[in-house]
Design a protein around this ligand. Structure first.
Ligand SMILES: Nc1ncnc2c1ncn2[C@@H]1O[C@H](COP(=O)(O)OP(=O)(O)OP(=O)(O)O)[C@@H](O)[C@H]1O
Length: 720
């Protein structure tokens, strides 16, 4: 750490011992406790600390080589440590007494690389926030061998403790939590930061307000990058699993937090479902809160409402204490464009060790060789495809299938992702990281991959691709870690269970569609009976029924849609055929307009338009493209609505233009033909008339001449 970074000074009362390795030495007793709100002491933070652009820790001035956890009674700066209030992966928090009264002191107890930077960043951010929604920073000594900072002591249990003690909170309290945390997040956003660890244990329920704590992994624009994501997995927004933080990632976590507060539990791994949540997913959340919660937990971050809309929504819901949903402006819960404040937020991969190995309790397998921060397998928790599959295995109750799933995954993506760890170790690491308790296997099935596939087959659930043989021997608990034999595995499957994808952090791998299993399967055991079914199991038959019905009705609707979809194409073919007939020399081809449907439409046209019946064949011809354009418009409209592609209208307009051209050509040519025909007929009639007239004239004249000659003869004849 540079001098600059290290120059964090706390007001150190004269006469008090400095901070050093002798902190356990007897210290003068602190002043008598006074119950006051601590007066903020001027804290000078290192230049750049607030932006987290801090110098890496150097060996000379870094924390001691082994993390030291101070004991109650020790003196840190002007404070004497009291009881421990709690601790996380890298720090311990104590109640402490100073001259100004009680404070909470956070002490860095982890000396892994980067933790001091993070700690300094947290203190710096707290100072910038100046108590707005967060505890006020009081003093700090980040240069001390045991770095610490003191902050306002917020009295009260955390929300995790309160729900554990009292159960679900009333709706009114849930809304108050929402309001306070949203305000705090808005302040954080103004400072261009995300919290990224909104969870019940990080909110203290003070008598008069709810205070967000733990800015340890909050990150802002311009922070350094690393290979780690962070956050508590259960509440983590889906995009954080692929390290694509979004300005609305905290909104997602808060949405799940509200579910927890309203119901007293958070259903397993909601953030793995890969879609928007439904009322059925979140459990018995009060109807008045439901729209809010579902909007906040939308899968795509840009579909979640921004903070200021949520603040107004919560205020509306809580108006006059009436929780009147009728007052709710639902437009506020719709997706809204990115605000300028949001645009200034985090855009890059972030640092943090929130879910690193350090926070994962070692299991029996890992106890002898704990996972270290930065090992490749620590990235696997962010692989949604692998974790989605493992979640499926775990939710079904077949933890024993996990190793095979992991082996297949590694065979597909490359053994380097395992970093030399065996599937058993990876499984244990991931189970600990996810805080998954051992699952209960349904009765009658072995807790193996084969048992799992049998179970899924028996219940009509989709099956993933399957290795033909178990691919990796289980390690004995506590035994030495074996390098993974994945390269020698014989993996036979209908379709790869996992497609090799880009390394985590580049983009999420698309979920592989479940594939049918081929090959020999063990005989299907009977349905599990007797045991108390787990929630997943209870819901499985109903879900299966629903799925089957959905699939059947989907197939029927699909067939009808396919048939209807072909009608405009058929009509287009007929219309083109009719156009070809207009070319001289092709007119002898039979006209499709003579077909009963079109002939009837021709008759209809004549009667509707009130034109001469001579137009019937022309209108029948025109009815072909007209019918085509109408059906094409309907089909395209229905498709657009079904696929919600309302924004993409060009295919529709293209079809319309094609049909309009066909109709125009057909209409103009038909009209010209009809007019020509009329003229020809009229000319013919006139010609015939003229011919008749001429013939008649000749005949009349001949008769006249004959008659007059006859009369002349008669007059000159002697006997007349
Ligand atoms: N200002 C405060 N006032 C009262 N209690 C506090 C305060 N800050 C922290 N605590 C208590 O200390 C506990 C640990 O604090 P915090 O979460 O900040 O530690 P952490 O080491 O960062 O933990 P993690 O990162 O694993 O969540 C909290 O759960 C809370 O009970």
């Amino acid at each position: 750490m540079s001098d600059e970074t290290a120059r964090i000074t706390a007001a150190r009362p004269t006469g008090q011992p400095g901070q050093g390795g002798d902190q356990t030495a007897v210290a003068p007793p602190p002043p008598p406790p006074t119950r006051v709100v601590p007066t903020p002491t001027k804290v000078v933070l290192p230049a750049g600390a607030a932006g987290h652009a801090v110098t890496p820790v150097g060996p000379a001035v870094g924390p001691p080589s082994a993390p030291r956890i101070p004991a109650t009674g020790e003196i840190l700066g002007p404070f004497q440590l009291g009881e421990s209030l709690g601790h996380g992966g890298f720090a311990h928090v104590y109640r402490a007494m100073g001259q100004g009264g009680e404070v909470a002191i956070k002490v860095l107890t982890n000396n892994e690389r980067g933790t001091l930077d993070r700690f300094i960043g947290e203190a710096a951010l707290l100072e910038r926030l100046a108590g707005r929604g967060f505890p006020q920073l009081v003093a700090a000594d980040l240069q001390a061998p045991t770095a610490w900072f003191a902050m306002e002591l917020v009295p009260g249990p955390t929300l995790a403790q309160r729900v554990a003690a009292e159960g679900p909170l009333p709706v009114r309290d849930v809304l108050r939590v929402a309001a306070d945390v949203l305000d705090a997040l808005a302040v954080l956003q103004e400072e261009r930061f995300l919290h990224r660890d909104v969870k019940p244990a990080n909110i203290i329920a003070a008598p008069d307000r709810y205070v967000l704590i733990d800015l340890g992994i909050a990150k802002g624009h311009g922070t350094t990058t690393s290979t780690h994501a962070a956050g508590t997995i259960s509440y983590m927004a889906p995009e954080l699993f692929v390290r694509k933080p979004h300005a609305r990632s905290d909104v997602y976590s808060l949405g799940l937090l509200l579910v927890f507060l309203a119901t007293g539990e958070l259903p397993n791994d909601l953030n793995f479902v890969g879609r928007d949540l439904t009322a059925a997913d979140v459990g018995p959340v009060d109807q008045r809160l439901l729209p809010l919660v579902l909007a906040m937990t939308r899968h795509q971050p840009e579909n979640r409402p921004p903070l200021h809309n949520l603040i107004r929504t919560v205020a509306q819901l809580a108006t006059s204490g009436g929780l009147d949903t009728a007052l709710l402006d639902t437009a506020l819960l719709a997706a809204a464009g990115t605000t300028s404040t949001e645009r200034g937020l985090v855009t890059e991969v972030m640092t943090g060790v929130g879910t690193s190995a350090a926070t994962v309790a070692p299991t029996s397998v890992l106890a002898t060789n704990p996972v270290r921060q930065g090992e490749p397998i620590t990235n696997l928790v962010y692989d949604q495809q692998l974790m989605g599959r493992l979640h499926q295995v775990h939710a079904d109750g077949f933890d024993g299938a996990a190793e095979d799933v992991i082996s297949v995954y590694l065979a597909a993506v490359g053994p380097q992702r395992a970093g030399g760890r065996a599937p058993a170790e990876i499984k244990d690491y991931l189970w600990a990281a996810m805080r998954w308790a051992p699952a209960f296997t349904p009765e009658g099935y072995p807790d193996t991959f084969e048992g799992w596939t049998s179970y899924r087959q028996r219940h009509g659930l989709p099956l993933p691709g399957v290795p033909s043989t178990p691919v990796a021997p289980r390690r004995q608990a506590g035994g030495p870690a074996q390098p993974m034999p994945v390269t020698n595995q014989r993996v036979t499957q209908v379709a790869p269970a996992f497609r090799p994808g880009p390394p985590p952090g580049t983009r999420p791998m698309p979920t592989t569609a479940p594939q049918p299993v081929v090959g020999t399967q063990p005989p299907t055991p009977p349905l599990p009976t007797g045991s108390q079914p787990r929630r997943d199991e209870r819901e499985a038959p109903a879900a299966k029924d629903r799925e089957t019905k959905d699939r059947a009705s989907g197939r029927g609707a699909g067939a009808v849609a396919a048939i209807i979809g072909w009608i405009p194409r058929l009509l287009l073919a007929v219309a083109v055929y009719q156009l070809v007939r207009l070319i001289p020399g092709f007119a002898e081809m039979p006209s499709a307009a003579a077909l009963p449907l079109f002939a009837a439409l021709g008759d209809l046209g004549v009667s509707v338009l009130g034109v001469d019946p001579v137009w019937t064949p022309r209108l029948a011809e025109l009815s072909i493209p007209l019918l085509g354009i109408v059906t094409a418009a309907i089909v395209n409209l229905v498709r657009a609505v079904r696929s919600r592609r309302s924004g993409r209208t060009w295919p529709f307009w293209l079809v319309v233009v094609v049909w309009v051209i066909v109709i125009a050509v057909q209409g103009v040519v038909s009209y010209a033909q009809q007019v020509t025909e009329d003229a020809r007929v009229s000319f013919e009639q006139q010609r015939e008339q003229l011919q008749d007239d001429i013939e008649q004239g000749v005949q009349d004249t001949t008769e006249d001449v004959r008659d007059s000659l006859w009369e002349s003869f008669e007059s000159v004849l002697p006997w007349s």
